[in-house]
Design a protein around this ligand. Structure first.
Ligand SMILES: [Zn+2]
Ligand SMILES: [Zn+2]
Length: 193
């Protein structure tokens, strides 16, 4: 091969290389914006995904917080309901207690008054009434024996027998006090009259 031919071949090859280079450059130039666009789209997609993920996360968190609020609200509601119920029950109980106390106080007062009346009236009754105040029969030493009850009231033995018995006791027909009917001594004061 002659030198000249070799040289021309080298030139031709160089030209071919240059041409290929240029073609590659052109292709690269053409590809560049596509690649850029691809990158941009990829980035945007990622951003969109991130945004969606964040958005979803935020939404989920929001839902969770709503759930927590609901649970809290429900607990508060039940606690308040319970405490309200307890309060009103306590109030009811205290009101009832107060009523019972007042009733007891009134009963005690009434009882004391009755006792005072009885104590002041018993002598007078016995003095002025030699007959049983229940059956109006005159007292005697037989069937209408005057009997003194534990409370101090006197009735005849016939009436004492007729009283309802509870174990060994009867309720005095005057003061309702429960008295033992087994140990009722005769009222000697009346019998002497
Ligand atoms: Zn009587
Ligand atoms: Zn009595």
């Amino acid at each position: 091969m002659s030198t000249r031919r070799i040289e021309s071949t080298i030139v031709a090859l160089n030209e071919k290389i240059e041409k290929t280079k240029n073609a590659t450059k052109e292709k690269l130039l053409f590809l560049k914006p596509l690649e850029d666009e691809h990158k941009r789209l990829k980035l945007e997609k990622q951003k969109a995904n991130d945004f969606n993920e964040e958005h979803l996360k935020a939404h989920a968190n929001h839902l969770k917080s709503i759930d927590r609020d609901m649970v809290q609200f429900r607990q508060d509601f039940h606690r308040r309901k319970r405490s309200a119920g307890a309060t009103s029950e306590t109030e009811d109980f205290h009101a009832l207690l107060e009523t019972k106390r007042e009733e007891t106080r009134q009963l005690r007062e009434k009882s004391l008054k009755l006792k005072a009346e009885v104590l002041s009236g018993i002598v007078q009754v016995n003095e002025d009434a030699p007959s049983c105040e229940v059956c109006t029969d005159e007292y005697n030493e037989d069937e209408n024996m005057p009997k003194v009850l534990g409370c101090g009231h006197t009735i005849c033995s016939k009436c004492l027998k007729n009283l309802d018995k509870y174990n060994n006791s009867v309720n005095c027909p005057f003061c309702r006090k429960r008295c033992c009917f087994m140990t009722c001594p005769p009222n000697l004061f009346i019998l002497k009259k």
